[in-house]
Write a protein that binds this ligand. Structure first.
Ligand code: PBG
Length: 323
């Protein structure tokens, strides 16, 4: 039947009617808050490239983790800013490394919070690449060993979920084997499976001091033009033992999220990255967008595309807006 018998506006007439037929519901329980922890004590310092995000000392990290949990956000993902970088990224897998210390402190203070860690070497290598360099190229197989050591050290310090973001081939299998060999079989893996070589990571690299000193990441992260390949990455990671998979960035890749949704029953995370956040906050600051409305719309769209959970710098504030 068509017009005039069918009038889709009938179910849009009131808030209550719209609520009854709403297909996608965003809630605080879907969100994951990224947090940055640095060496040293003292107050949190604002990150210039990411409005309302901070570099935390261990003390303020714990306070912030408490606040995130109190807002109803179930999980955080931790990024470390070490005070030492070298060719072998040794502070990434140091038991007393900054992420490891942060994990232990949050685990004690906020035991119910789900702790996820980003497993990558780029913040820890002197050259800023995500793996070990050999003859000017990131050596895949040499890197796997260090990623596995990093993941094990995070899990031992209390991470519930380790999330490799390096895009080396075979990292999920290597990490799974290392965790199991160390008696850490219950630590889950969230694989950054379809991670694109995106220009939307700029503000994060400023914040994490992880811009490569030479070259770029196109030799290991995915070509933004490819979606079939994203599915191959997802299926390989699940085959290697990933418990959850990720698409990153989120908004420019909604079609990829949808295709991954159709290809797997595994939980899917989407990462609304720093550049997406920066676009929203900069436009809001200039009076061009309503930050709250635009952020909630973007997050709802990412969920509608098929994401089960969303990593977003808006997590804490969005939880407040949704309550
Ligand atoms: C580490 C990593 C990056 C991001 C998450 N983990 C940076 C990169 O790959 O260059 C980006 C997150 C964001 O932009 O918000 N490899």
């Amino acid at each position: 039947m068509s017009f005039p018998a069918t009038r889709l506006r009938r179910l849009r007439r009131t808030d209550a009617l719209r609520g009854m037929v709403r297909e996608t519901r965003l809630s605080a329980a879907d969100l994951i808050q990224p947090l940055f922890v640095r060496a040293g004590s003292g107050p949190a310092t604002p990150i210039p490239s990411l409005s309302e995000q901070y570099h935390h000392s261990i003390e303020t990290l714990v306070e912030e983790a408490r606040a995130v949990h109190a807002a109803g956000v179930p999980a955080v993902i931790l990024f470390g800013i070490p005070d030492h970088k070298d060719e072998a990224a040794s502070s990434a897998y140091d038991e007393e490394g900054i992420v490891q210390l942060g994990l232990r402190a949050i685990r004690l203070a906020v035991p119910e919070l789900v702790l996820i860690t980003d497993v990558c070497l780029c913040q820890y290598t002197s050259h800023g690449h995500c793996g070990v360099l050999r003859d000017g190229d990131v050596d895949n197989d040499l890197t796997l060993e260090l990623l596995a050591q990093t993941a094990v050290s995070h899990a031992a310090a209390g991470a519930d979920i380790v999330a490799p973001s390096d895009m080396m081939d075979g990292r999920v299998a290597a990490i799974r084997a290392a965790l199991d060999a160390d008696g850490l079989a219950s630590t889950a893996i969230l694989a950054y499976s379809a991670k694109f070589a995106s220009s939307f990571y700029g503000p994060f690299r400023e914040a994490a001091h992880s811009t490569p000193s030479e070259g770029d990441r196109r030799g290991y992260q995915m070509d933004p033009a490819n979606a079939n390949e994203a599915l191959r990455e997802v299926l390989l990671d699940i085959g290697e033992g990933a418990d959850m998979v990720m698409v990153k960035p989120a908004m420019p890749y909604l079609d990829v999220i949808r295709r991954v949704r159709e290809a797997t029953l595994a939980p899917i995370a989407a990462y609304q990255v720093s550049g997406e956040y920066a676009m929203l906050t900069a436009a809001a600051r200039d009076g061009l967008l309503d930050e709250r409305a635009a952020a909630l719309e973007a997050l709802t769209a990412i969920k509608r595309a098929g994401a089960d959970m969303i990593i977003t710098y808006h997590a804490s504030r969005a939880a407040g807006w949704l309550s």
